[in-house]
Design a protein around this ligand. Structure first.
Ligand SMILES: [Zn+2]
Length: 98
């Protein structure tokens, strides 16, 4: 399983869930829609299940295509989700403009 490539996606929660504001996941090419449907139904990940059960709305903020799980790990390790998240950037820009 070297160099196995697929899609990494970043999900932004409209309301923070405990300390989490994002979920980063990996899926196969062509599986993104199915995976999102699973998440909407509270499946596919413990965190997403908890978020869905809590009634928190979320959106796919960004996807990276043709990347591997190492990239997913990097994103998670660097805690870089909010840096890459367009929704969080918008919020920050609005704050700065005030
Ligand atoms: Zn965000």
């Amino acid at each position: 399983m070297t160099d196995h490539r697929g899609i990494v996606y970043l999900i932004h929660f409209k309301t923070p869930f405990k300390h989490a504001r994002h979920y980063i996941g990996f899926c196969e090419f062509g599986n993104l829609e199915k995976r999102m449907e699973k998440h909407r139904n509270g499946n596919g990940s413990k965190l997403m299940a908890a978020v869905t059960a809590a009634g928190i709305e979320w959106e796919v903020a960004k996807i990276w295509e043709n990347v591997d799980r190492g990239f997913e790990r990097q994103l998670k390790n660097r805690n870089g989700a909010s840096r890459f998240c367009p929704f969080c950037k918008d919020e920050k820009n609005r704050r700065d403009a005030r």
